[in-house]
Ligand binder design. Sequence first.
Ligand SMILES: Cc1ncc(COP(=O)(O)O)c(C=O)c1O
Length: 417
Amino acid sequence: MTDLSVARTAQQSAFDVDAIRRDFPILSQQVNGKPLVYLDNGASAQKPVAVLNAMDRYYREMHSNVHRGAHTLGDRATAAFEGARETVRDFLNAGSTREIIWTRGTTEAINLVANGLAPRLKAGDEILVSHMEHHANIVPWQMIAERTGAKVVPIQVTPEGELDLDSFNSLLNERTRILAITHVSNVLGTVNPVAPLIEQAKARGVLTLLDGAQAVPHYRPDVQALGCDFYVFSSHKLFGPTGIGVLYGKAQLLEEMPPYQGGGEMIERVSFDRTTWNTLPYKFEAGTPAIAEAVGLGAAIEYLGRLNRPAMEAAEAALLARANELVATVPGMEVIGTAKHKVPVMSFKIAGLHPSDIGTLLDQQGIAIRTGHHCAMPLMDFYGVPGTARASFAFYNTLDEVDQLFTALQKVQRLFA
Ligand SMILES: Cc1ncc(COP(=O)(O)O)c(C=O)c1O
């Protein structure tokens, strides 16, 4: 058997990708007269019927506001909403649901932490990020740095797209207060060796945040084993609805942090003399929350829990291996990000072609990829490119789709050659 047929057999036997695709109705449509090949999962993933049904059922049978305790519908909504929080706690292996805060997404979660940690920062302090961060894990820290006089310092990246550990070792010093890095890079697909970095940071009393936006669609993180102080992710990249995300934070730190927004739900008692805060996690959840979205995210995590995870990871690895194998079939194609440990994400350029032209021409063939700077302008500067084309795969993609991508790229390249 060739490597390819081994991969194909492995994907088909351990992991029935055709059956899985039937769980995602959006995937079976035609786009521009061609069967949709959706390879923009890093930007946002598609939703299984289980999620659509859970949200539909929530609105049909139990919608009301939560935590009011006034009537049966309210009790049902609260049970579904808090049940979803427990599902997230279990997914992350957090110690308590007090440590699971609903946010609008990764971006809001990082802003919340940055604001909450600002009172600990003073002029001269350093916030260590990396050169491969999404803007969501750069700009909130820059805003806090501006307010406090602290400095945002980037860890360098190697040409292959791995964190430069010498750079990390030389930058982690007595001024470092916070280490905020991505678990998995959205551009490069690199899986960073976060556990030892966290250990080193903790040994110096440095607080740690992991941006898990691109990690959770591929791995199930264990926040206690990782030892991080904060872990954040967005539901929409984890096959759940838009508009909701998660901040995990260690209870003691969350207790010490000031609230992020003020309003209903987050208070214990309000008076014009003195207002006191609600207990965790509600202290950070001002206003009516995204209830149906929480239920939808819970359903997405439960759906993933029913899949054979080792088989899913093997199927994803086979997709990336197949893509890597085919790069040589497109003249002038160069992959950006060749780290040893990667999720199935492939950023690339093709000599003489602008990434946006690649994207447009693929779209005409029903193939959806992302092009541009991927909200990672410092990384684009590092590679000296205005942007890249990026194919990001999910477990529901097939080896045939990888082949279709490369056949289409060959066509695009010929057209411009
Ligand atoms: C690594 C990473 N961090 C943060 C974000 C921001 O996520 P959101 O826009 O859902 O808040 C993204 C989105 O692409 C991402 O890939």
